[in-house]
Design a protein around this ligand. Structure first.
Ligand code: UDP
Length: 236
């Protein structure tokens, strides 16, 4: 195994599968299996979960009804709903899972506490971080990078629907080629939007490798943890 401790970022979009919103049970089952398989191998897995399948704060401001900050808090709460759901799916396959939240809500989850999170991981438990960073104007991608650094993860794995970074948009350009390795500097230069700039900057400054990979292909998570070349790896 190449990466003993990893942070998996699961976006809300991944959780909704082919649905237009909400959760897709088969997808959650599949992701729970993926996580189980690597935990059984002795890998330590923490997860940051997104909320875009339920609510994306920013899109609402255009209508001028819900303000930015209110919308962002709604987005953060959406991640809590997803976290509770995914905890159930993980427990269902026998993986002991704790939720830690950036916004206190005592009956639902532990407050975020890095040392405690690390302790859970060392005991073979999965930790799901919810409510992003607890602050508006951020994304769960940035939260994923920060949490990965805080818990001293060896790698951040961003599970998406595409299998990495391409030279052009693969949906629009047939000649688009997949890039296997790329530096953070090139990511900025090429204007790659697979994660927001804040997230990339934080990763760059703290020397955190980020792998962008297709989470929907069965076995991919295990391959990534094992060090097989899948998706795109972004490093310094
Ligand atoms: N959000 C926030 N602060 C955070 C994390 C999330 O304000 O630290 C809000 C923001 O409105 C965002 C929404 O929560 O649009 C859902 O998160 P995100 O869009 O990152 O989820 P994903 O794209 O992974 O589904």
């Amino acid at each position: 195994m190449k990466y003993k401790r990893s942070l998996l970022k699961l976006s809300g979009e991944a959780l909704m599968g082919n649905n237009e919103y909400g959760l897709h049970s088969n997808r959650l089952k599949q992701y729970a299996e993926e996580v189980k398989n690597v935990v059984k191998m002795g890998a330590q897995v923490a997860i940051v979960i997104g909320g875009g399948n339920i609510f994306r704060g920013f899109s609402r401001i255009k209508e001028n009804i819900i303000n930015r900050i209110g919308g962002d808090y709604m987005g953060m709460l959406a991640t809590v709903i997803n976290g509770i759901a995914f905890q159930s799916y993980l427990e269902n396959v026998g993986i002991c899972t704790y939720i830690q939240t950036a916004i206190r809500m005592d009956p639902i989850a532990e407050p975020f506490f890095k040392d405690r999170a690390i302790r859970h991981l060392e005991k073979g438990r999965v930790v799901i971080f919810v409510a992003g960073l607890g602050n508006p104007y951020f994304t769960t991608d940035t939260a994923a990078v920060l949490r990965a650094i805080e818990i001293q993860a060896d790698v951040l794995l961003k599970g998406t629907k595409v299998d990495g970074i391409y030279t052009e948009d693969p949906k629009k350009d047939k000649n688009a080629k997949k890039i296997k390795n790329i530096s953070f500097d090139m990511v900025y230069k090429m204007g790659i939007k697979v994660m927001d700039t804040t997230a990339f900057i934080l990763g760059n400054e703290n020397n955190l490798p980020i792998i962008i990979f297709d989470i929907n292909r069965i076995g991919n998570f295990k391959k990534a943890i094992s060090g097989e070349s899948i998706g795109t790896i972004v490093t310094n």
